[in-house]
Unconditional design. Structure first.
Length: 321
């Protein structure tokens, strides 16, 4: 009786194990390689799958999602014989689980070695300056070679990125000095341009100010001259409207002579030639008001033939400053 119970327990355990081996649940975005007696049979997709227990075995489970693999820095020699360390990152995806299992022993290691070899071939044809400024070109060339080579392995390389390109320390120091010199040069050029632009604007402002000032002075002079001309016309018309005689004009002329000599800058005063006519007219006007004089403006008494005629005193000349 005890032997029968032990046999039943063993059968139940074997059935449970057989069920476990028969039913295979594959997660989403995954695949499984099934072998029967060591030979590839089929690829299990995501979901519930049935296999023959103890005959079919799961050889490999493959993740079909996109994978990111960073590779350590690799020393690469440029065309100008400089050693640079380059870090790379590969974005790949398994498209054929069977090929990824049977066509290459380790596709991660194969991709790494292929990346290093291809990178050295590409960088070997570029100098350091082009290497530092041509990351997109290097990425595109590297991705093309890797995608073509890994296609038969069931791998698709989606993207290749260069994380860092590190030149030697001495080259970095030289590049920093060059960049600092270029920045100082650009700063000096910008400062000189600013000073030049400021001088140009200042000169333009002074020029415009001088032009406006000259135009203002010209308009002011024109208005002043027009005003003086109008005043002269008004005075001239007033004089002619009043019809003055020669005596009044001579008196006004003599009144203006002292004003001509006014001022500290008048060191020399020229007596006008018309002063004689003015004095003559003024004298004729004064003779008419003398006692016993001729109201008609003639001279009193007879001339030298009368013997007792008055003798006129000599006329005083205006002082000459």
């Amino acid at each position: 009786m005890d032997a029968i119970i032990i046999v039943l327990i063993i059968l139940v355990v074997l059935v449970f194990i057989a069920l476990i081996k028969t039913i295979q649940v594959i997660p989403q975005a995954s695949a499984a390689i099934v072998e029967r007696f060591g030979r590839y049979t089929r690829t299990l997709s995501a979901g519930l799958n049935i296999v023959v227990p103890f005959i079919d075995t799961i050889r490999n489970r493959v993740d079909l999602r996109e994978q990111v693999v960073p590779f350590p820095p690799q020393p690469v020699i440029t065309q100008d014989n400089l050693v640079v360390n380059i870090d790379t990152v590969i974005y790949y995806q398994v498209t054929d689980a069977r090929a990824a299992t049977y066509e290459v022993a380790s596709y991660i290691q194969a991709i790494e070695q292929l990346t290093v070899t291809t990178l050295r071939n590409i960088i070997g044809g570029m100098d350091l300056e082009r290497t530092l400024t041509s990351r997109e070109e290097i990425n595109a060339a590297l991705r093309g070679v890797l995608d073509e080579a890994t296609g038969k392995w069931g791998i698709r390389v989606n993207r290749v990125e260069l994380k860092a390109i590190e030149p030697p320390t001495s080259i970095q120091d030289s590049m920093e000095k060059q960049m600092r010199a270029d920045r100082d040069k650009r700063a000096a050029i910008l400062q000189a341009e600013g000073v030049r632009q400021s001088a140009i604007l200042t000169a333009e402002g002074e020029k415009q100010s001088s032009i406006l000032r000259a135009e203002g002075e010209a308009k002011s002079a024109a208005l002043r001259a027009e005003g003086e001309a109008q005043a002269i016309r008004t005075v001239f018309e007033s004089i002619h409207a009043g019809d003055p005689d020669q005596k009044l004009l001579s008196y006004q002329y003599l009144q203006m002579l002292p004003k001509i000599a006014e001022g500290d800058a008048n060191k020399l005063w020229i007596v006008p030639s018309e002063i004689g006519d003015a004095l003559k007219g003024l004298g004729g006007a004064l003779d008419g008001f003398r006692p016993g004089g001729n109201a008609g403006g003639g001279t009193g008494g007879s001339g030298n033939s009368g013997g007792t005629g008055t003798t006129k005193a000599p006329r005083e000349q205006p002082p000459i400053d």
